[in-house]
Design a protein around this ligand. Structure first.
Ligand code: C6P
Length: 411
């Protein structure tokens, strides 16, 4: 949804009750939305309403509560289908999050298609959840993991990527927006190149989904995985999108209730999509809460929010670049929402600790991207990550906090 009105960040902030709290005697400055986003009141209210008024299992009961829960659960699936412009509701599979979505593909599609000597392509900037499942699969199958290198700005080397594809390549799995660098990868080109060779592509959308409109049909990706908690929804719920023809051909992920049509001791007939991949009682409250989060971002307008965040990132980059002794890690041309940095002579964990005393929440460490840290020959970074509820005043607080950190460590 687009709007010509200027983005009203103060109004948006009022929707997020946690932003009113204090930390260590200071107003909270929450700059860790890449780890998890804060939740608007409407999502919190939806969770409370679900447990207060509806709570029942889905797809199982003829009674009113169960039918209401099922309607809301399936209603949320429709909202998510529309959010990413998937063709069909059946292509939206509820998972625990991005990690489970990628593992699902590795253990079903991967197990079916990846054999001895085959190859899976990832990149040097992947989160561990888009490294380890493929490594486990390759180890088990005698296959090989191929890694697309990146340049010093943290951009994919697309020529090298194309060179890596060969007849043994069975899947490409690449992050859409890097959690540690902020790089927005040219996902559409990544997909188009792989498709020229008949290779399907999974996009890790954990970070992209809250920061830009995503259209899986336009991207033409084969799988797209994301987490609800980064999209202002609850933890423990996520989505795996897959093209119907691929999902139909894949074996189930887990066995249990709801993923079957009929069971005898001799044979089980599996359920239709998407239920074939949703064994057991799902995270019903999580799904319904995620539906409320989708309503919320639709009302804000992701395009609107992205434009505002872009301004904020530009401002933050300029402010941080002006600080002597600060080095930005991740300087791609096409970036969003992440300011990863190092301060000369100060360990990132110490930066995070000093900032916390001022109420400023950032993440420090390897951000679950150890091979990326190895690429830059650094152990860790300090990472400030933005959402549309952040302000320039909060960037100013970060800058002041960084100066204070230098002061503390120069004593
Ligand atoms: N990154 C961060 O602080 P889960 O944990 O399944 O919701 O998401 C995993 C994941 C996968 N891919 C990317 C690009 C991610 O950023 C994440 C989660 C958080 O950067 C927590 S490690």
């Amino acid at each position: 949804m687009t709007s010509n009105k200027p983005f009203d960040v103060e109004a948006v902030r009022k929707d997020f009750p946690i932003l009113n709290r204090e930390v260590q005697g200071n107003p909270l400055v929450y700059l860790d939305s890449a780890a998890t986003s804060q939740k608007p009141q409407s999502v919190i209210d939806t969770l409370v309403r679900y447990y207060t008024e509806i709570n029942a299992n889905v797809h199982r009961g003829v009674h009113t509560l169960s039918q209401e829960a099922t309607d809301e659960y399936e209603g949320a699936r429709i909202k998510l289908r529309k959010l990413i412009n998937a063709k069909e509701d059946a292509e939206i599979i509820f998972t625990r999050g991005t990690t489970e979505g990628i593992n699902l593909v590795a253990q079903t599609f991967g197990a079916q298609h990846v054999g001895e000597g085959d190859e899976v392509i990832i990149s040097n900037m992947e989160h561990h959840s888009n490294v380890v499942p493929w490594q486990m699969l390759c180890d088990e199958r005698g296959a090989h993991l191929r890694v697309v290198p990146i340049n010093d700005d943290g951009e994919l080397l697309m020529d090298e990527y194309e060179k890596l594809i060969n007849p043994r390549t069975k899947l490409v799995s690449i992050v859409h927006l890097s959690n540690a660098l902020g790089t927005i990868n040219p996902a559409k080109d990544v997909v188009a190149i792989a498709h020229q060779h008949g290779v399907p592509v999974l996009l890790d959308g954990a970070q992209s989904i809250p920061h830009m409109p995503v259209d899986v049909q336009d991207l033409d990706c084969d799988f797209y995985a994301f987490s609800g908690h980064k999209l202002f929804g609850p933890t423990g719920i996520g989505v795996l999108y897959g093209k119907r023809e691929l999902l139909e051909a894949m074996p189930p992920f887990q066995g249990g209730g709801d993923m079957i049509k009929s069971v005898t001791f001799e044979k089980t007939l599996y359920n239709d999509l998407p239920y074939k991949f949703e064994a057991g009682t799902p995270h019903i409250a999580g799904v319904i809460g995620l539906g409320a989060a989708v309503d919320y971002v639709n009302a804000i307008g992701l395009e609107n929010a992205a434009a505002y965040e872009h301004e904020l990132l530009k401002y933050g980059t300029e402010q941080l670049e002006a600080i002597e002794g600060l080095r930005l890690i991740g300087t791609a041309q096409n970036k969003s929402s992440v300011l990863s940095f190092l301060l000369e002579g100060i360990h990132p964990h110490d930066i995070g600790t000093v900032l916390d005393t001022q109420g400023i929440a950032i993440r420090t460490g390897h951000h679950c991207t150890q091979p990326l840290m190895q690429r830059f020959q650094i152990p860790a970074t300090a990472r400030a990550s933005l959402a549309f509820y952040n302000t320039k005043a909060e960037i100013d607080a970060l800058v002041e906090g960084i100066h204070k950190t230098f002061e503390v460590f120069s004593l």
